[in-house]
Design a protein around this ligand. Structure first.
Ligand SMILES: Nc1ncnc2c1ncn2[C@@H]1O[C@H](COP(=O)(O)OP(=O)(O)OP(=O)(O)O)[C@@H](O)[C@H]1O
Length: 251
């Protein structure tokens, strides 16, 4: 593709994890959270990561996003190997190329919605493109809330602010760790519907950890982890198909 980054031209993927191993601690108490996980993520693809509690989902997401170091293996984002970067460079790459949405919203309580949305781009020393800011705010229904602080907003509104903040920098990859875990089903559906639209309308790449088959069914594919390895993959997931695969893994 003309204009695509070199890595994508070569492989068609924006992010490639190869043989990622993550061990916490050492000796008898060591926990092998990831035992050699490989996965490739295409631009404009929505991937859900599922698996039983303790299977390594969050660890994998954190290793992909450079929020945690790997014990061995590589994580390429547009041909940049995150595992070789200095801490400073990694912070820059995260700010420039990645967006994050967490279960607990992670907004700053003293800042308004608008200030929270602009925060990450501001920290990178950049100014958000006003047109893109407006597009996100309107698509997420946040226009009437821009002057409100987090305590004055519902959980769903706070999470939509977090999504706008994550997307304002036009990240290569948007990571979401249980983004609907603290939301009622209606607010969760609004957030998931927006993530789906971001993939369909803006070719946003999304990687989301979830426990919820309903949330996973918004994705293009589901990777199933068990005991630190990928044991299954499901394309074009439906809620029933995700339930069935999870039952198989948990048996
Ligand atoms: N900082 C840490 N120190 C030690 N062990 C850890 C640490 N973080 C995670 N683990 C262990 O690594 C394994 C994988 O944890 P992880 O949080 O990635 O699983 P998960 O699939 O996201 O679980 P859950 O669905 O319960 O959130 C677990 O055995 C966990 O106890």
């Amino acid at each position: 593709m003309i204009g695509a980054p070199a890595g994508e031209r070569a492989t068609g993927h924006v992010m490639i994890a190869t043989n990622v191993v993550k061990t916490y601690g050492a000796g008898d108490g060591a926990v092998r959270a990831l035992r050699g996980v490989s996965a490739a993520f295409a631009r404009g693809e929505f991937t859900a990561i599922m698996g039983p509690s303790g299977s390594g989902k969050s660890t994998f997401l954190h290793c992909l996003a450079g929020l945690d170091t790997v014990t061995s293996g590589t994580v390429l984002v547009d041909e940049v190997d995150l595992t070789t970067l200095s801490r400073t460079r990694l912070t820059e790459v995260r700010r420039e190329r990645m967006g994050f949405v967490f279960q607990s919203f992670n907004l700053l309580p003293m800042l308004t919605a608008e200030e929270n949305i602009r925060l990450t781009v501001g920290l990178a020393g950049r100014h958000a493109e006003q047109g893109w800011f407006d597009t996100l705010v309107d698509a997420l229904g946040l226009r009437p809330r821009l002057a409100h602080r987090p305590a004055e907003m519902s959980g769903g509104q706070q999470q939509r602010v977090a999504v706008a903040r994550a997307m304002l920098s036009r990240p290569e990859v948007l990571f979401a760790d249980e983004p609907t875990g603290n939301l009622d089903s209606r607010s969760g559906a609004e957030v998931l519907g927006f993530l789906r639209a971001a993939v369909d309308d803006y070719r946003q790449t999304v990687v989301m950890v979830t426990h919820d088959p309903v949330a996973a069914a918004y994705a293009d594919r589901v990777l199933f982890l068990s005991d630190g390895t990928i044991v299954d993959e499901l394309a074009a997931p439906t809620i029933d198909a995700v339930h069935a695969r999870m039952r198989k893994i948990e048996d």
